[in-house]
Design a protein around this ligand. Structure first.
Ligand code: FAD
Length: 421
């Protein structure tokens, strides 16, 4: 049985080495477009590869998978994050779980993951061909000559150079990762698959007005960021950059709101609650308490909620309050304005940051086009999908690789089962 895996990334390799173990008789070839396999693993997590998460702080998968949570909930029963952890340890990659629940190789080096996957592929005789970009999948039909509908018996691959594969592949898995443009998925749409139009996720925000970029380098540990009149909300550290805003709260918000933000051409309002407090009366009380305790001190010299000094002064000015004013001199109106700035501070975002640390695609092969148990295409028998090419993506923290391991494992299992008849 011939199996073609299109894409030599995390999902492609994980699928190949697991399938080979489940079905040793399978002849598996990975076709990789570029000259280098597992290129994203190499650069992931700042070169350390955050390959999964303990999920201990995840109460609802929707929090971490804005797209694909329901399917993953089902598939985690087949291959869970814990199983991924154990799999890598069993195959020689010692792991550590950080305090923030992100899991990394103990070596702190993504090469450990790459070495593990490429070694297993070699040992298990998975053929890996690089510089082999696949452009088209051509279904092969059995032409019986009868009036029966023609059944697909396999696929030939048409490469980017126009050549067609000599072999016909009984099973094909598409593991080509996120496609930033819909044209990259056209050949799959032409075969009858629905495509959720791809848009970027996990990006930073450009905020060119209002002078906040003067505070670049400022980090606030716990900020709530949201988009007004939507349910998109994220909590976490926020970093002010020289172009606008970054940090986990911003990346998470970009992930949850990816499609909405794209539809608004990356121009929208972000509302920041700098102190992550929804009870504004309690914030007002905190201000009144400071007025009582620090009445003769200047506002700039006593910061609330441990906000960084430069940010505190910036927020006072943004509230129209002089930083050298004394605490006791704050008027009722000024208290209200300060509460408002601390709890619902609106900024006009006027674009997304250029590609940086982490980036995934929202969209891809619609989950309606695949069987939810097997990840086999509903329209092309013998064709499977795993990894980011599916309309599944997560926030930062190891969730995207975990989706790749799980979907790849499920595909391997499904193909092995079909092979066994
Ligand atoms: C800079 C960066 C850092 C990241 N860090 C993390 C992290 O620490 N933790 C985490 O969980 N996620 C991280 N991610 C996301 C994670 O890398 C991806 O979600 C994951 O790699 C998806 O795996 P995949 O196998 O589906 O796709 P990919 O890893 O993208 O692999 C797809 C492969 O298919 C090849 N290909 C594409 N089209 C074709 C074609 N037509 N024919 C043949 N080959 C083709 C590509 O060249 C590529 O090698 C990061 C992403 C980036 C960009």
């Amino acid at each position: 049985m011939n199996v073609a895996i299109i894409g030599g990334g995390a999902a492609g390799f994980f699928l190949a080495v697991n399938l080979k173990q489940m079905a040793p008789q399978a002849r598996i070839t990975i076709f990789e477009k570029s000259r280098k396999v597992l290129a994203k693993v190499a650069v992931s997590g700042g070169g350390r590869c955050n390959l999964t998460n303990s999920f201990r702080e995840v109460t609802d998968l929707k929090q971490v998978y804005p797209r694909g949570d329901k399917l993953l909930k089902r598939l985690f029963k087949v291959f869970s994050p814990q199983m991924a952890y154990e799999w890598f340890e069993a195959h020689g990659v010692r792991l550590v779980t950080q305090e923030d629940q992100c899991v990394f190789p103990q070596s702190q080096d993504a090469q450990s993951v790459i070495f593990c996957l490429t070694r297993l592929a070699r040992e298990r005789h998975v053929e890996v061909l690089t510089g082999r970009g696949v452009d088209v999948l051509r279904p092969e039909k059995n032409t019986t000559g009868s009036n029966e509908p023609e059944a697909t018996i396999g696929y030939r691959l048409v490469f980017q150079d126009g050549c067609c594969s000599e072999s016909c592949y009984d099973y094909v898995a598409v593991t080509t990762g996120g496609s930033p443009r819909a044209e990259g998925l056209r050949y799959l749409a032409d075969l009858g698959h629905q495509i959720a139009s791809p848009v970027p996720s996990l990006f930073t925000f450009n905020v060119s007005q209002c002078g906040i970029t003067a505070l670049m380098g400022t980090v606030v540990e716990q900020v709530q960021a949201s988009i007004p009149a939507t349910n998109f909300k994220a909590v976490g550290p926020l970093l002010v950059t020289h172009w606008g805003m970054s940090g986990p709260a911003v990346l998470k918000l970009s992930s949850h709101g990816a499609r909405y933000i794209a539809e608004h051409d990356y121009r929208f309002t972000v509302l920041l609650n700098w102190v992550d407090r929804t009870n504004t009366e309690a914030v007002a009380e905190e201000i009144r308490k400071s007025m009582r305790e620090n009445g003769q001190k200047q506002l700039a010299s006593v910061r609330l909620y441990h906000l960084p000094a430069r940010l505190w002064s910036f927020l006072l000015e943004r509230s129209g309050i002089a930083v050298d004013k004394r605490w006791a001199e704050l008027s009722k109106k000024e208290i209200n304005r300060l509460v408002n700035t601390l709890c619902s501070d609106a900024y006009a975002v006027d674009g997304k940051g250029a590609f940086r640390d982490e980036f995934v695609t929202c969209g891809g092969i619609s989950l309606d086009s695949v069987d939810k148990q097997t990840l086999e295409s509903k329209v092309c028998p013998g064709l499977f999908f795993a990894g980011e090419v599916l309309d599944i993506d997560g926030v930062t923290g190891g969730f995207n690789f975990q989706a790749a391991w799980t979907t790849a494992f499920v595909c391997a299992k499904s193909i092995a089962k079909k092979m066994a008849g």
